[in-house]
Design a protein around this ligand. Structure first.
Ligand SMILES: *[C@@H]1O[C@H](CO)[C@@H](O)[C@H](O)[C@H]1NC(C)=O
Ligand SMILES: *[C@@H]1O[C@H](CO)[C@@H](O)[C@H](O)[C@H]1NC(C)=O
Ligand SMILES: *[C@@H]1O[C@H](CO)[C@@H](O)[C@H](O)[C@H]1NC(C)=O
Ligand SMILES: *[C@@H]1O[C@H](CO)[C@@H](O)[C@H](O)[C@H]1NC(C)=O
Length: 769
């Protein structure tokens, strides 16, 4: 299906004037995999993107939080916090928040880089309550947290509560480059990070709130050089005592002795975990983890694994217990570099956590499933209504038997792995020139059901908009890249991306600034049903007259076909060819050219000539030649006049590209008029010295120009200027009637009536003169 995508891509790249077409198309960039390419200027010109890049130099955005409640976007940067209003005012505030006095100097003394390390890089911004945000930063390798007053809804307060500054250790990493995840829930902060200066103490930690802090033991069996990617609270049952916080990360692992590898993990802890009484005091008693597999089945049962987790997105659904988990993985080997997107179901994750624990008898033994008796309450289960029944009596992890805690401590890993839905990725990108850094997904309703539209951020400032389709019983899903959006002018790594369904917008942050991008611009797909249909964008439909945002209401004229993209099915009763024919003039015995550029270079083109009732195929010869961009008459004859229809054919779909009315003039008509006055005239004052493109007679002018060729341009300009400068009033009147007559002629042509247009134009020109 690669080739199909490539064709599809060309189809649209032509429309959108791609700036960077790859020299070797198979190697990747823009078009190798892309539907519509929108470069930066397209996006700005179409008001698709709004940019904020700060007042001074780069923003250095390191954290972003879209606050729908306050209708504001909060950004954390280097020594700075920003608040942008998301209403029409787009006004913004900022707070300067440098490291505490002396910390910067101390950081430099300890050998860190003054520019890239010894500043306060904001890594966390979470709503704390209705009026305050919790903000934490690296504080020049001395993490610090503070409350920010943002006021009530509608107020535009943005101030730092000076007296609330606290040590941020355990809530924010020291190193701005270290991976970090946090989630704030129930007044408590859950973090996954390395919590010391040297970057050795990797922990999952719970802090703030009224309970004592809770953490993982320092033990490589629990966490081995983890890189944290995401964390979310997800309820597991009706009983909120069963709620868990899930962590997504990668870690080093020994795969049975010989070599170490990187594996991706999903781990979890119970929200109501209180640790043990004698064992595991203030340490998680419920932490368990499992491997997340994302691989492509290969021949002979050898799968290609994508082991490195890069980004996770939780697609929340109506059933809050069962969000879908979208994740980007990478694989970097000597042979190739690739990315895959896998989707996981909570039911599969739970099943693995309810399955056997992984067990190893000793360092020299192999891993296997634990087959002995697992103590009760089963490690990883939360103390809940179930375990608190009078006959059992475990209402808190503090009451768990030591045997349970000992088992939990020695068996944190599950034996089975979590496989993605469909057992394979929904998307693959191999040997691309960019990296995929973040994913956000929007589920949108379309004609034939819901579609998950994936937005994939890259390290080159662009965002890819992709859907993945399952067709019939085909095993490999079909990827359709709908758009390739160059959000930033310069190639720059995107550091954060958030979706706002409410605003139908995507917020994209990079060091240079932040962009708000509309999720769709249906009108840009084109003005005919077939183009709208071929775009396959679930957000868009043809409503009978335009490509617009899909709405389930407008049933009558609605056309959309995401799965098959078959305009022949969808659009045959719709207006395919656009408006009536254009009129083109040809001078007898001279050359003329009828333009016809199909959207796709793969399409084959055919010409037909209609004269009165009769329609014939155009016969190509020495005189009439079919060219890539149209039909060339090297010497046009009076008998060539009539209607020309250019049709393109591609993948079985045939479409009228243009209809042109050719009128043949006697060659001397125009030159005669033009030669009557050869006197040089000064450019008309205030007229910019020529015809502007906004001139109302532009379409007429173009036809005349075509008739006389570019060599005749100065003559026409002179002629027109004389008329414009000399008699503006008379011109206006005359011009009006001229335009009317011209339009009448065009109208007649459209109706298919053969008119003697040449004489009419000649007459009008003379009148005008
Ligand atoms: C929110 O928390 C801050 C910091 O603890 C406190 O000063 C403020 O009064 C709280 N606001 C509300 C509405 O509870
Ligand atoms: C962080 O990353 C920057 C840029 O990649 C690098 O210059 C700097 O040395 C890194 N800092 C640490 C502490 O690794
Ligand atoms: C066009 O060429 C033909 C044959 O060469 C000639 O008879 C005719 O007069 C020419 N017409 C004009 C308008 O030059
Ligand atoms: C054909 O058109 C060109 C300008 O495009 C003009 O220079 C030339 O004289 C014309 N030839 C005839 C035979 O009219």
């Amino acid at each position: 299906y690669r080739i199909e995508i490539w064709e599809y891509c060309n189809f649209f790249c032509n429309v959108w004037n791609v700036v960077s077409v790859p020299s070797d198309p198979t190697s990747s960039p823009c078009c190798a995999s892309v539907g519509v390419c929108c470069d930066f200027s397209d996006l700005v010109a179409s008001s698709r993107v709004l940019l904020f890049s700060g007042l001074r130099d780069e923003l250095h955005v390191s954290f972003m939080f879209v606050d729908e409640y306050h209708e504001r976007l909060f950004l954390g940067g280097k020594d700075t916090l920003y608040s942008l209003r998301l209403d029409h005012t787009h006004s913004h505030n900022e707070i300067h928040w440098p490291p505490s006095p002396g910390n910067r100097e101390e950081c430099v003394q300890k050998g860190k880089d003054p520019e890239t390390d010894c500043a306060n890089f904001v890594r966390l911004l979470q709503p704390f309550n209705r009026t305050h945000l919790l903000a934490c930063g690296t504080g020049a390798f001395q993490p610090v947290c503070v409350f920010i007053n943002v006021g009530h809804r509608g107020e535009h307060i943005f101030t730092l509560e000076r007296n609330s500054v606290e040590n941020g250790r355990g809530r924010c990493p020291h190193d701005p480059n270290m991976t970090f995840t946090s989630t704030f829930t129930g007044g408590e902060l859950y973090t996954g990070l390395t919590a010391d200066f040297l970057g050795r103490d990797s922990v999952i930690l719970r802090s703030m709130g009224s309970r004592p802090p809770m953490r993982t033991e320092t033990d490589q069996r629990l966490l081995h050089e983890p890189r944290f990617v995401g964390s979310h609270r997800i309820p597991d049952s009706e009983d909120s005592a069963d709620d868990k916080v899930y962590f997504f990360f990668t870690e080093r692992t020994d795969t049975g002795g010989r070599e170490e590898a990187i594996h991706s993990r999903v781990g979890r802890v119970c929200v109501n975990d209180a640790g043990g009484q004698r064992v595991l005091v203030n340490k998680w008693s419920s932490f368990i983890k499992a491997r997340l597999v994302c691989s492509v089945p290969g021949p002979h049962g050898i799968d290609t694994h994508f082991d490195q987790l890069e980004s996770v997105f939780l697609l929340r659904t109506k059933d809050e217990r069962n969000p879908e988990i979208y994740a980007i993985f990478s694989s970097i080997s000597n042979v190739f570099r690739g990315y895959a997107v896998c989707v996981y179901r909570m039911s599969d994750i739970r099943e693995v956590f309810n399955g056997p624990f992984a067990h190893k008898d000793g360092a020299d033994h192999q891993w296997g499933p634990y087959e002995g008796r697992v103590p009760y309450p089963r490690p990883g289960a939360c103390p809940s209504k179930m375990t608190a029944q009078p006959s059992l009596g475990f209402s808190s992890s503090l009451e768990f038997p030591d045997a349970v805690l000992q088992f939990a401590r020695s068996h944190p890993l599950m034996w089975r792995s979590v496989y993605p839905a469909g057992r394979r990725p929904v998307l693959l990108r191999v040997n691309t020139h960019y990296r995929l850094t973040h994913i956000a997904v929007d589920r949108t309703q379309a004609e034939d059901g819901a579609y998950d539209v994936m937005f994939l951020a890259t390290d080159v400032g662009k965002v890819l908009k992709v859907i993945s389709l399952h067709r019939g019983n085909m095993q490999t899903p079909e990827e359709v890249t709908l758009e390739d959006l160059q959000v930033f002018k310069v190639p720059t790594p995107i550091v954060s991306m958030e979706i706002s369904v409410k605003r139908q917008a995507l917020f994209v942050a990079a060091a240079v600034g932040v962009a708000q991008v509309r999720l769709h611009r249906c009108d840009l797909y084109g003005g005919v049903c077939a183009e709208c249909c071929l775009a396959r964008d679930p957000y868009c439909m043809w409503d009978g007259s335009a490509c617009v945002r899909f709405t389930p209401q407008k049933r009558r004229h609605r056309r959309q076909d995401i799965r098959h993209a078959d305009p022949a099915q969808q659009c045959t009763d719709q207006n395919l060819g656009g408006e009536g024919p254009r009129v083109t003039f040809g001078a007898e015995n001279n050359s003329t050219f009828l333009e016809c550029v199909p959207r796709s270079p793969q399409a084959s083109v055919s010409w037909r000539h209609q004269r009165g009732e009769q329609t014939d195929k155009v016969v190509y010869d020495e005189r009439v030649m079919k060219m890539p961009g149209g039909l060339l008459f090297r010497r046009v004859l009076a008998s060539d006049a009539g209607l020309y229809i250019c049709r393109s054919q591609e993948r079985g779909f045939s479409q009228t590209v243009s209809r042109i009315w050719l009128d043949v003039l006697r060659a001397d008509t125009l030159s005669d008029i033009l030669s009557r006055d050869g006197k040089q005239k000064q450019p008309c004052p205030g007229h910019g010295g020529g015809l502007t493109s906004r001139s109302p007679s532009r379409s007429w002018f173009k036809d005349v120009l075509q008739l006389i060729g570019p060599a005749g341009l100065p003559e026409v300009e002179q002629y027109c200027e004389r008329v414009w400068c000399g008699e503006k009033l008379r011109l206006r009147r005359k011009h009006k009637s001229m335009m009317e007559k011209y339009q009448q002629a065009q109208e007649s042509a459209r109706k298919g009536r053969v008119l003697n247009i040449d004489r009419k134009v000649e007459q009008t020109l003379k009148e005008w003169h």
